[in-house]
Design a protein around this ligand. Structure first.
Ligand SMILES: NC(=O)c1ccc[n+]([C@@H]2O[C@H](COP(=O)([O-])OP(=O)(O)OC[C@H]3O[C@@H](n4cnc5c(N)ncnc54)[C@H](OP(=O)(O)O)[C@@H]3O)[C@@H](O)[C@H]2O)c1
Length: 273
């Protein structure tokens, strides 16, 4: 899939952040949209803005993908409306921040359900349908966090390592089927990702979600298996873990995250342990 005009794209996590930017950028390129998130009102607002700006169909669907029924409910909704998804953008993601043992276990477990289980379920169901039609694409939003273990974001980085490994393997399995699979690895991006925690991002080191979305779609159209849609330094930082001993990289990452104050970060709006 090298063009977006006329396709139907499903974007998860489209109510804010990078997902909203994917939705706008896909609409700008002529794709019809199915947008998913838990917050119905925010999602409908995004859908209205896109309909006003572009001549595309936009269908908002509300579901909690971290819940066991989330993916089955979404698939039932797609089937009920006779919608065929050409491009799946597995963007919805979340993560705990701060020392693992001090963070909410529920937040950690939910992020595994969302970042891994739901992504895998959607890839299985919709990927299978795409292969049957010999047409389609899947973009899995991982992160530069996928390339090394990260003290104070331990489970989050581990979920993204899963997404990287899973995506590369699936892309190879589906070679020559007419279905392409790509992982996108944004660096720190200016969104509400840390909302609900005491952590903050330094605006001097974040990218804009709009640029991340545009670069991701450009890379997918060119046939990449991995995309690095952030500033150049974020890609360069994924090289160190491939060159240095893993223990050294983990020590350095721990030091970096301590310098960002993540060793003191904690949830502020989540049920505690
Ligand atoms: N921001 C960064 O620095 C950064 C860097 C690298 C990679 N990423 C990745 O980029 C993706 C988007 O991140 P973001 O920064 O845009 O995050 P965000 O601003 O927190 O947005 C997350 C989106 O996911 C949705 N979502 C969260 N939990 C959900 C659930 N259980 N079921 C369905 N939807 C859910 C949210 O909507 P509702 O709350 O309405 O459900 C929202 O639309 C994630 O996969 C993230 O890991 C982010």
């Amino acid at each position: 899939m090298s063009r977006y005009r006329g396709i139907t794209a499903l974007v998860t996590g489209a109510s804010r952040g990078i997902g909203t930017a994917y939705a706008h950028e896909l609409a700008q390129r002529g794709a019809n949209l199915v947008l998913l998130a838990r917050s119905g009102e925010a999602l409908r607002r995004v859908a209205d803005e896109i309909r006003q700006a572009h001549q595309v169909d936009v269908i908002p669907v509300t579901a909690d993908l971290a819940a066991p029924s989330g993916v089955t409910g979404l698939i039932a909704e797609l089937d009920g409306q006779d919608l065929t998804v050409d491009l799946l953008v597995n963007n919805a993601g979340a993560g705990a921040v701060g020392p693992f043992l001090n963070s909410s276990l529920q937040r950690n477990v939910s992020s595994v359900e969302l970042n891994i289980t739901a992504l895998m379920r959607l890839s299985h169901v919709l990927g299978g349908r795409m292969v049957a039609r010999a047409h389609g694409g899947i973009i899995n939003v991982a992160s530069t966090a996928a390339f090394q273990s990260m003290p104070y974001q331990a489970s989050y980085a581990a979920t993204k390592a899963f997404v990287l490994s899973f995506t590369e393997a699936l892309a190879e399995e589906l070679r020559d089927t007419g279905v392409r699979v790509m992982a996108a690895h944004p660096g720190a991006t200016d969104t509400g990702f840390f909302d609900g925690t005491s952590a903050t991002m330094n605006p001097a080191f974040t990218d804009a979600p709009e640029g991340v979305a545009a670069k991701t779609l450009d890379a997918f159209a060119k046939g990449a298996v991995n995309a690095y849609p952030g500033r150049t330094i974020t890609r360069a930082m994924t090289w160190a873990p491939r060159l240095l001993p893993r223990a050294t990289v983990t020590r350095l990452t721990g030091r970096l995250n301590r310098s960002l104050g993540l060793h003191h970060a904690q949830d502020i709006d989540h049920p505690s342990r």
